[in-house]
Structures are given as structure tokens and as C-alpha cells.
Write a protein that binds this ligand. Sequence first.
Ligand code: ADP
Length: 650
Amino acid sequence: METKRETHQFKTEVQQLLNLIINSLYSNKEIFLRELISNASDAIDKLRFKSQIDPEILEGDTEFKIKLASDPEKRTLTVSDNGIGMTYDEVMENIGTIAKSGTAAFLKALEQSQKGNSITPEMIGQFGVGFYSSFIVADKVTLLTRPAGSEKATKWESRGDGSYSIEETTKDSRGTTIILHLKRPEKEEQDFTDQWTIQSIVKQHSDFVRYPILMDIEREEPIPEKELVLDKNGKPIGKKTRKVVRQETLNSMKAIWAKDKKEVSDKEYEEFYKHVSHDWNAPLEHLHIKFEGTTEYTALLYIPSKMPLEMLMPEYKHGIQLYCKRVFIMDNCKELMPDYLRFVGGVVDAPDLNLNISREILQKDPLVRNIRRNLVKKVLELLAGMEKDKYEKFYNEFGRILKLGIHIDLENQDKIADLVRYKTTKSNDRLISLKEYIDNMQEGQEAIYYITGDDLSSLINSPSLERLKEKEYEVLLMTDPIDEWVVQSLPKYREKPLKSAEKGDLDLGKIDKKKKDEYTALFDYIRSSLDTKIKEVKPSTRLKDSVACLSGDTYDPSAYMKRILKSSGQKLPEVKRVLELNMDHPVIAKIKALFEENKNDPVLKDYIDLLFDMALISEGDRVENPSRFSKMIGDLMSSALKVQAPGVKE
Ligand code: ADP
């Protein structure tokens, strides 16, 4: 057969990732085996799934397995599977480049957080290094693969040094074989051709893999009596044992979710979590439940202790695997957990499901919906019952995902609202619940006050909070874009309305009507001179020490919401703001005097513009014309200095 052998260069980010893996995982070298076995197991899953529609594809070979073989002389370790295999193009696509679209982003995040060094294995573990981890232990990797149902096979080979070769070849059986040409172990390092080493790594990292991991194991066994050589007295001479090689299954394939809770140790729960999630960290919490009743099922669910880096990427896979009577059906089972609980991982085993169920059917299946409803309830209860420190740890990792539930799961809105936590003007950086907020409310306080924005310190110092602070009312500080959706969907919590500190009237005290009338002419004048920017000028219900702030009507979008939409490129209809002025502030009184003396004084216009710009800045926005703003401030300073320090020569 004429074959063409091509050599290609790795993409830059592949080489970067390779170097990173090789240089940072030196103390956890053995994880390469788990990664390869996990790929093999995935490949078998894929084939099994495909064979449900097209049983022919199996060509009679239904004994799914993963095989390991080592050759200490040649220093090779081989991992083979009879899974789905890859076509030439798929090898190019999956192995030659990095399929994960998040890789570049991952590398960048690593670079930024670590400044290039001391990357912990956990960080890489959170990402999942996959096939490339082979190069931690091998100086050459050969991959042979033949897709199920095809004649053509492909050989891929690389030394992990920037290039790889690829050619067509032949292969007897379907599936993928990966041959690692191992580096020489350094002193005191594990030798990955040693059968005991391999056995113990499989036991530790891949025990729960659902297909048998087979290897020829050599053992000393007693020679059967019949075969012993005996002396004339009938006593055996020579060796009583001999070396026997037998194929053994290295993993237990235990379905621990099917066991009774009492029979499963914490260690086993933890190991199983690491297996299903590919996470290196222990889980924060687990939940093992058996439902008996009209809907029967078992679930073993986990809450991770750390947010995987991939969770915020669009192609993130949900962590729930669906089984039916211990037979794996599918992973990434989004249908069993809503998006706002997508951090929950684990296994659900539903014996009444059809084994050949497809995703489309799954979505509509009333049984599945029922299970989902129950699981959501259980997970929310688990979260609600967590002890405080643990919950805070959870909330810091996943709070912003969970919060979305208030917006999307109206059925459980109250329960999710019980679970949200915020920092407040009084909590000293501590997170508090809405229930705690209500318990701490001042006498006469009717509403739950909040303010939204991206920066905690500018929120705490916002002029909009001055009157609230004076009355000792606590204000929730919301610094997450999701919070804008939370407050929109949650008009009330336990009968108390949620009220924005920067929108609508705060009704904290009566506005002096007589004084207000005195200011009407000035306010009208200001409104018309800022006509393009604001819709109203009014005496403030929220300012105490500051001169001016911007606010909106109750249902207007907040300044933060506007910034969020703008930065995500969305067009929004122009909603003019309200300029609130503090009638008790001497500056406003002075401006009023100036206005009454000569409303055509050009300084008046400057001052009005300054008032507006100051209000903009205090809510974290940018002024339209910064150079004019600083010139006006400069002018003001120099005239103030003339008064305060008249001796200084100009
Ligand atoms: P990941 O497994 O996280 O996607 P890898 O780098 O380990 O990343 O593998 C990349 C892709 O190569 C896999 O998604 C899969 O499509 C393919 N692949 C890897 N190993 C095998 C295998 N043993 N059989 C079939 N396809 C495989």
C-alpha cells in the first residue's frame, strides 16, 4: 500500500501547553495513565452510544475493554482500547491541534495568575490535560487508531518537540493503541514499566472506570501437586513455585452509588468523586440518596470545593452522568440539573429509564423531569443545611452561578433567595443572608435597600447612601452583573420590598415644601440647561453631605445595568437620568443666589455642568469632556486659592 507520511508543526499553544504540563507536573507524573485510560473509556462510551442506532458497527466484538501492556526491555507502555477510534482527519483535528477552544484562554489565565511559574497540579487538574500528559513520561509517543466500521487506520507519532508525523497504516482491530516510549526513570522515581507500579496507579486513579482494564500479570504460583517432581521418598525436589502469566482485571468497576450508604467510606466517596469529575481536589460535600416510590432512582451527587476553570466557558459540560441499572447511558446530562446548579456533579441511576433513550426524548420524559425536580429540591436542602464556614466557602466559589436561579427557577425562588449572601454597608466585609438583613432592620425601616455597581468601595462611598447611613439603615452591596437580574426578579423577600438606594424616592423624611418652592425656578433653569442629559431636577431624598447625585425612576435601568449592557455591545434605549440636588448644601444656596442675581452669568452654566459631572463621577461613570472638567476645576481652585492665600503671587 502506498502511504504518504506527512510532518506537521504543532500549533503554538499546543507546544506551550506541552511545555507547561511537562515542567509543572513532575511530581505527579503518574496522572498520565489516568488521562489515557479515561480517553479510552470515553472512546468506548462513544462507540456503545453509536451502536444503539447502528449495531452492525460492533462487528460482533462487544467485549469492551482497555488493555495495558508493558515491556521493561524496550521501555514501552501500551494503552489500547476497542472503542470508536479516529479517522485520519479526526487525528489531525483532535491530537495535532488542541480541540478545546478554551486552551488559549486557559494559558492566558495561568500566565496572569502565576506570572509564569509555580503552577500547581491542581490548576492543571482543573483544566484536564488529557492526551498531552503522555509527554510527561515519554520521549516519543506513537498512536495507532482505526475507526469502528472502517478499513483505514492512521499512525501518529511525535517526540513532543514541536512537530508530529502522520500517515495511513493498517491495524487489525478497531480502536486506539497508544505506545509510550518511556524516558528513563530518575533515581527513586517510579518505573512505569513495572507491573506493580502500574497496578497500584490504576487502583488509585482509575478504579471506578466502567470497563475492565486488563493486563498480563506475572505471579509466582505454587506448582500443582501432580506436576511436582518427587524424589524416591515421594518428597518434592526443586522449586515448588513457578512464574505464571495471567490476564487480570486491575480495576474494581465498583458502582458505589448502588451500595448502601453505611458500606461506603468517606475515602471511597472522595475517590469516586475524583473519578467522575476529573477534579484533583476533594469535594466539599456529597449527597447519596435512594428514592423509592413512584419514581425510583439512586443519586450520588457532589459539590466541588473549587470552581473548575472550564465552568465559565461556553462548551462546559455538566457533570451528571446518567446510568440505568449500573449501565452507563450518557454523561453531560443537562436534563437532570438546571443551569444554575451546573456545578453539581455525580451519578444518577434510574432503573425505569429506557437504555436506548436519546437526548431529545430525555428532555421531554416526565420521569426525567420528576427526577430533576426532586434532585433540585435535595441539592437546595443540602446547601441550606451546610454549616456556616463551609457554606461561605461554597458561596465564594459558586454563589454567582447559584444566584441565577432566582431569575430562572420561579418555583424555587424563595429557597434560592434564602441562600444568597451579600456584603453590606455594616457587615465589615462579611457575607450576610437576606434573613439576617431583616433581623437587623431598624425600627420603622420598611424596605430592604441595595445598591448595584462593579466596585465595592465606590458603592460604600456612594452619595446615594448618605441619608440611609444617617438613619443607620443597612444597604446590600451588589457587585455582580447577575445581581441586576436578581433584583429584577425578586421584588420582595419575606414580605419586605427590595428597594434600590439610587432609584425612586427613598421616603426617608419629608421634603420641606416651602423650601422646595423657593428652589423651583433654579431647578427648572438647571433642567433646561442640561436638557439633553437629564429628565428632571429635584430636591434629593438621599443626600446629606454631597451636593448632587444622579438617580432614576423606580423602573429605570441602573447606571450599572447600563454599563453592563454597553460593555456587552447591546443597544439600549436612551433613558435620561434624574439630577438630585441637596437643598441643605451651601453650594446650592450660593448657586441659587447667583442665579437670582444674574441668570446670564456665564459662570452659572459652568457650575451647572460641574454639578452634573460630579454626580456622574460619584457613581463611577466617566464625564463626557474630561479636559473641560479639569479646566473648570483648575479655575475654581485658583479662585479659591486667591481667597485663602492672598499673599501668594500668581
Ligand atoms: P479531552 O479528552 O479532554 O477532550 P485529549 O487531549 O485527551 O482531550 O483528547 C482530545 C480528543 O482526542 C478527545 O476529545 C477525543 O476526541 C480524541 N481521543 C483521545 N484519545 C482517544 C481514544 N483513545 N480513542 C478515540 N479518540 C480519542
